[in-house]
Design a protein around this ligand. Sequence first.
Ligand SMILES: NC(=O)C1=CN([C@@H]2O[C@H](COP(=O)(O)OP(=O)(O)OC[C@H]3O[C@@H](n4cnc5c(N)ncnc54)[C@H](OP(=O)(O)O)[C@@H]3O)[C@@H](O)[C@H]2O)C=CC1
Ligand SMILES: CCCCCCCCCCCCCCCC(=O)[C@@H](N)CO
Length: 320
Amino acid sequence: MVLLSLILLPILLLLLLYFIVRPRPVTILIKNRHVFITGGSSGIGLALAHQAASQGARVSLLARSLNKLQEAKESIRRSSGLDVSIFSADVRDYDAVQKAVNDAGPIDVLVVNQGVFVPQELDKQGLDEIKFMIDVNLMGSFNVIKAALPLMKERKDRLPASISLISSQAGQVGIYGYTAYSASKFGLRGLAEALQQEVIADNIHVSVVYPPDTDTPGFEKENEVRPELTKLLAGSSGSMKADEVAKKALDGIKSGSFTVPCNFEGHMLAIATAGLSPERSFLMAFIEVASVGVLRLVGLFFQWNWYQTIENWHAKKNRT
Ligand SMILES: NC(=O)C1=CN([C@@H]2O[C@H](COP(=O)(O)OP(=O)(O)OC[C@H]3O[C@@H](n4cnc5c(N)ncnc54)[C@H](OP(=O)(O)O)[C@@H]3O)[C@@H](O)[C@H]2O)C=CC1
Ligand SMILES: CCCCCCCCCCCCCCCC(=O)[C@@H](N)CO
């Protein structure tokens, strides 16, 4: 009897999930489609551009510095022989973004990747820096999506299209030194959950990617000013190369996954913070239902470790 229900219950649950998960699974094609990447001139965005181009996409890049854009264009030409379009604009300037998006033409796969990060305790951080992160990471993402959406909706082929947002693991859990950054990245999730309901009827599929520390030019700069505790706590998740993150991101986008983790810790975080986010895969849904309780416990152990690290750091500081 016990044995029977131990086998029967999971099967019933799997069956139930198979019927109820929404939105339905989808495949987003990349080949011969227009992939538009903001922040595509450096780091994760540039790695994504290389990979999308090599998979046969028509790629457009948007960033501020024309110099860096030209270098990116040249490096993609060298590696794949393909030509990408570049647009110099600041995501904080809606008119400039709208002009770039209209010049680029209808987008099939929009990757909202631009981002800035200046870690610092709220107490020490200036409001100008806080506003900078919110404006570029959150408001800038609204500008890009709002500018691109009308043409995306009107696309002729009606094939599944994608809007993806590059968040961060600091967009799943608040970390010391990231009050403004985490707020900007947590905001993207709310945007994405609501947006998915609004654009599902247009066959547009939303993904949010959550990378850990990633070896990029931006990360190198961040490390010059990163508080010691930020470094210690963020070290709970392993770091990755931009190419690896880009590969995870592109695979996640192609499978239309709403939540896209990048490493093992990311998979744990995704389950622990699943909340009410959509899930297309009944297998993933099964794993979530089965393990969310245990992962809450694991999460509490991480918090225990983090608060201990913070306590020890203060104790050591007071001694010297
Ligand atoms: N590296 C990491 O450790 C992690 C990064 N992420 C996220 O991944 C994304 C990419 O990061 P990463 O590759 O490291 O960053 P980089 O600093 O290497 O590159 C950032 C890109 O965004 C562009 N950009 C910055 N500000 C603006 C703006 N106002 N308007 C338009 N474009 C802008 C930059 O070009 P330009 O300066 O010329 O405008 C550049 O192309 C970010 O959203 C970041 O938060 C998430 C987790 C970890
Ligand atoms: C349930 C168990 C979960 C266990 C895993 C917890 C690990 C959390 C680590 C968070 C790391 C945040 C890195 C932010 C990187 C980033 O965005 C900056 N480099 C700026 O770009």
